[in-house]
Design a protein around this ligand. Structure first.
Ligand code: Q9C
Ligand code: ZN
Length: 329
């Protein structure tokens, strides 16, 4: 059992998120990882540095042109986000104009571009891959402190603080069936899209109902997969004001779906933004409840925990530690 991170996450530290009429302080900060690591170190639990992955891994999920776009963020750009967006059926983007490409490869202004994006995003993918490596070598549990997160990113489209879909890239490396169980507050639209037509990866997500919550245009219960993937995409939306007991019932339902599929591996898109005092989201979950989640996940024998969201800097360390103690207790 190991916990991984990669130090290049520190290179990505945007200042602002363009958000409606106000810019707000960027919630997805390096402190998130620092605080989680501190909480583990206080308990004497060591954290390992992941080895850098090769580009083939990223290419297994993302298009070459999207990867090149992220790799080639102009050095002289301090921090920038798109405000004009491409929609299907319009003219293709210009291959030479950065603004044109920016509105094509990102779906919202929540994912600012800065010079450190590439290094941080590759480090985050590497962290998730270190976890599946460990599981394939025979370990039963691995934890990846990925940052930036990944579940909103699809083949050629970033957004929602995500550039590369860490957990999708990791799941794609597994040679046996896998479930991605997404417990972030937000629907993982990128992960859903990537595996929508396959039966080799089951996607199960509990999230705030997207009829009134970000990311709005994906995540309904009737999105069940297509072709071979029909029935292997399971969206379980709940109200954004759900109590802990509502959440707990839905978690049992989600776990039943996973058991029915009976995968070799379970990878969890672990967000802590359902915590009651999350600054941008939040449902009724207490920090103690994350121990219960850990206990319930003990039902699965090959388990990878991959960090997605969670923005309360005072609580994220405690929540993660509780989860870990539930998993290992
Ligand atoms: N006013 C994750 O938790 N901002 N991403 C929405 C609404 C984007 C969350 C702004 C939230 C993305 C991984
Ligand atoms: Zn989230």
């Amino acid at each position: 059992m190991s916990i991984y991170y990669h130090p290049t996450h520190e290179k990505y530290r945007p200042k602002f998120e363009f958000s409606g009429f106000n810019n707000r302080v960027y919630p997805e900060q390096p402190n998130r990882i620092d605080n989680i690591i501190s909480a583990f170190l206080v308990e004497g639990i060591p954290i390992k540095e992941a080895e850098l992955c090769n580009m083939e891994m990223i290419k297994s999920i993302h298009s070459d042109d999207y990867i090149e776009f992220i790799r080639n963020i102009p050095e002289d750009i301090a921090e920038i986000a798109p405000t004009v967006f491409y929609r299907k059926g319009r003219s293709d983007p210009s291959s030479s104009n950065f603004f044109s490409k920016m509105g094509y490869y990102l779906f919202d202004p929540s994912t600012p571009l800065t010079s450190g994006v590439w290094e941080a995003a590759v480090g985050s993918v590497s962290t998730a891959l270190a976890c599946v490596d460990e599981l394939q070598k025979g370990e039963n549990l691995a934890v990846g402190l990925c940052r930036p997160p990944g579940h909103h990113a699809s083949e050629s489209l970033g957004g929602g603080y995500c550039f590369f879909n860490n957990i999708a890239i990791a799941a794609g490396q597994l040679d046996k069936d896998a479930t991605i169980l997404d417990l972030d507050y937000h629907h993982g639209n990128g992960t859903q899209e990537i595996f929508y037509t396959t039966d080799q990866v089951q996607y199960v997500s509990i999230h705030a109902d997207t009829r009134s919550n970000y990311p709005f245009y994906w995540g309904r219960a009737d999105e069940r997969g297509e072709g071979r993937g029909d029935g292997y995409n399971i969206n379980l939306p709940i109200s954004s004001t759900s109590s802990e007991s509502t959440y707990d019932d839905m978690l049992d339902t989600a776990i039943e779906h996973v058991k029915q599929y009976n995968p070799e591996y379970v990878l969890v898109s672990m967000g802590f933004d359902c915590y009651v005092d999350d600054p941008i989201a939040g449902m009724g979950l207490s920090s103690d409840y994350y121990r219960t989640i850990g206990e319930k996940l003990q039902d699965f024998s090959k388990l990878g925990i991959i960090l997605e969201g969670g923005y309360n800097l005072d609580a994220i360390g405690k929540c993660f530690l509780n989860l870990y103690q539930g998993l290992t207790g």
